[in-house]
Write a protein that binds this ligand. Structure first.
Ligand SMILES: [Zn+2]
Length: 653
């Protein structure tokens, strides 16, 4: 019966590598960002026998079980010798375990007593019947602990020598082969001399067995062992968390490595920028900031910084400002205006910026402009560039909250999960809560001439067998026409148009084309700068995770300077020559009157060049200025005074 039971096969799951595999998260060039330890709190990377240096196999057999290829699971000679030793010592001091038995122990973790010793032997005999010698030693080499939380030769080889196990020299292989006997006793970090002695013993055994020559033995003894000091990889912590959040726990066990889109060199620079920015805004009661950088062409996330310091628990450093829900302030306005352009308005359309009362989130209120003033009739270009609140409300009133909300949902603002009635017209002023990630991917749509793409964070995913898993590609979707996208870009990149609100030469004026929008939520709780060049979209948030207001920090003084620094850095890296936004067909340029938005006439005090989607351009020549002119001639005062009310734009921060 017992003999027959040896033929019970092992379940394949038991021999699979899943339970000990740790997951390595890499940057786009293969640098380790984080190694997620397995369930057993260990590092392990399964490796097949052909990828292990023969030195390791020879050294392991010599060190642990010199008759491995001759016995059938247990080594009777060794057991006899060990039993005598144990009886003399009256306790188990020598196990005489074969590699097969040790493989079994690392699969089952039996308690250490006589009964379980027999169970172990029974399993070892079974394993010899089920598997070939090569398969057994593969199990051993992948499961056995090598100390310092490493399981298996692959993880050990990387940890101690920073190289794959196929590249281990004889001297290195002998050192590693000696460790499983006592991973803490021979810990090369703590007791290097002991580990070296053990290595010499393994080499001597190899020489005695005749698997190495005298010459190889001598050279291996002399070879200096360059043990890499232990290094903890915990780079781009919020990004690594973000990666893990996208992989269900169940799937994680089958993955050994993930090459992500992150660029660690860029990431390090951005982390420094964020730290410095928060430091410089300390007096303004700013404790945190977050940044997200996307490559527009492929939608790849190149850098993600979730807070100023991940380990600063006092300021909730582990919260990620990239995925936290925050009020976006004015940063949703460009989408409101994009819809207005779709509905036939143009950049010269006049909008009345005067006192109104609206209802948002169930509350009646009178929206105010940032500068506390009303600006009278303003052109759509100025209204967006200067971020006037009341004009945005007026425009949204015309296009309808429903259609804005609908488009925002198509742009993957999943956080806006309530109905249009709930948000009301306040939606365009940032009444709903969104994330920096949602904002960045939505803005990148304009940079891509209206094509929406989900962010890409994975380049390759390798499973535990080393196979690359196919990654599903999200289909790009057109959400705005190239013409509408271009006009929004042109307005957001128009340094002159925002002068009335932001002043000339503000931090938002960059020495290359760059579209940008700032936002500040109520009571200075959140501060945003989101924008793009043809190549990159950058989102910056500044604020406090505990919701405490900052002191008078606006988009220009808070997030703006950080945004500027990042864009300048990216532009320096950029090797592509053409950094102008591509102008699509179907647009025309014409001169309009700055006051009426109609075609400029002879009485107009000036004329400005404006772009229009063909067919939406003004058809009539300005008659307003000539009326005003004749009025001023007859009555020398009041009408001009009224009229000039909306011509003069006070400076504000
Ligand atoms: Zn005019």
């Amino acid at each position: 019966m017992l003999a027959l039971s040896l033929y019970i096969p092992f379940s394949p799951e038991l021999l699979q590598s899943t339970s000990v595999v740790s997951l390595r998260i890499l940057d786009r060039n293969g640098y380790l960002l984080r190694e997620v330890l397995s369930d057993k709190e260990g590092r392990s990377q399964w490796v097949s026998l052909k990828d292990i240096s023969p030195n390791v196999i020879l050294a392991t057999v010599a060190a642990e079980d010199s008759r491995f290829y001759e016995h059938w699971g247990i080594d009777t000679r060794a057991i006899l010798r060990a039993t005598l030793q144990n009886i003399r010592a009256r306790k188990i001091i020598s196990g005489a375990s074969t590699l097969t038995q040790q493989a079994i122990k690392s699969i089952h973790h039996f308690p250490r007593n006589w009964f379980w010793k027999f169970v172990e032997i029974w399993h070892a005999l079974r394993l010899e019947i089920s598997l070939s010698k090569d398969e057994i030693i593969t199990q051993y080499l992948n499961r056995i602990p090598y100390g310092n939380q490493t399981f298996g030769i692959n993880a050990a080889s990387w940890l101690y020598f920073d190289k794959p196990p196929s590249h281990l020299s004889l001297a290195e292989a002998a050192l590693l082969a000696g460790l499983p006997r006592g991973p803490s006793i021979y810990n090369p970090y703590r007791y290097f001399l002991r580990a070296k002695k053990r290595q010499e013993e393994v080499l001597r055994r190899m020489l005695n067995k005749g698997v190495v020559t005298q010459e190889e033995y001598r050279r291996a003894l002399e070879e200096p062992l360059n043990i890499i000091p232990p290094q903890v990889s915990f780079r781009a912590p919020h990004f690594s968390d973000f990666i893990l959040s996208r992989i269900p726990l169940k799937e994680r066990q089958n993955i050994s490595s993930i090459r992500t889109t992150l660029d660690i060199e860029l990431q390090k620079d951005i982390e420094t920028f964020v730290k410095n920015c928060v430091e410089s805004l300390k007096e303004w009661k700013v404790t945190n900031a977050a940044v997200l950088i996307m490559d527009n062409e492929r939608g790849e996330i190149l850098s993600l910084v979730g807070s100023a310091d991940f380990f600063d628990s006092h300021h909730s450093g582990q919260v990620s400002g990239v995925t936290a829900l925050r009020q976006p302030g004015s940063s949703l306005k460009p989408f409101t205006y994009a819809l207005a352009l779709e509905k036939g308005m143009n950049p010269a359309t006049l909008i009345l910026d005067a006192q109104i009362r609206i209802r948002s989130n169930g509350i009646d209120y009178v929206p105010r402009n940032y500068d506390g003033k009303f600006h009278g009739l303003v052109r759509l270009r100025e209204a967006l560039a200067c971020s006037y609140n009341i004009s945005a409300i007026k425009v949204l009133e015309r296009i309808g909250v429903e259609s804005l909300l609908d488009r925002l949902k198509k742009l993957s603002f999943d956080s806006l999960n309530k109905g249009a009635d709930y948000y009301g017209l306040g939606l365009t002023l940032g009444g709903g809560e969104v994330t920096l990630l949602e904002l960045v991917r939505a803005y990148s749509t304009f940079a891509r001439s209206g094509i929406f793409k989900k962010e890409k964070i994975f380049l390759d995913i390798n499973d535990i067998q080393g196979k690359t898993k196919p990654l599903p590609e999200d289909e790009p979707v057109r959400l705005f026409s190239p013409q509408v996208s271009y006009i929004i870009t042109d307005i957001l990149a128009d340094n002159d148009a925002r002068i009335p609100a932001f002043g000339a030469g503000s931090v938002l004026s960059l020495p290359f084309p760059c579209a940008v929008k700032t936002g500040t939520s109520g009571n200075f709780r959140d501060n945003w700068a989101i924008g793009y060049t043809p190549h990159y979209t950058v989102g910056v948030w500044v604020g406090n995770f505990d919701g405490k207001p900052m002191r008078n920090v606006s988009g220009v003084s808070g997030a703006g300077p950080l945004f500027r620094d990042i864009m300048l850095l990216l532009e320096k890296r950029e090797k592509r020559i053409n950094s102008n936004f591509a102008i699509p067909e179907g647009l025309i340029e014409t001169y309009v009157c700055p006051h009426s938005g109609m075609l400029a006439g002879s009485s107009c005090p000036g004329r400005i060049k404006e772009i229009f989607i063909k067919g939406t351009e003004p058809k009539k020549v300005c008659n307003l200025c000539s009326i005003v002119e004749s009025f001023t001639l007859s009555l020398s005062k009041s009408p001009l005074f009224c009229f000039s009310a909306f011509l003069a734009h006070p400076q504000s921060t």
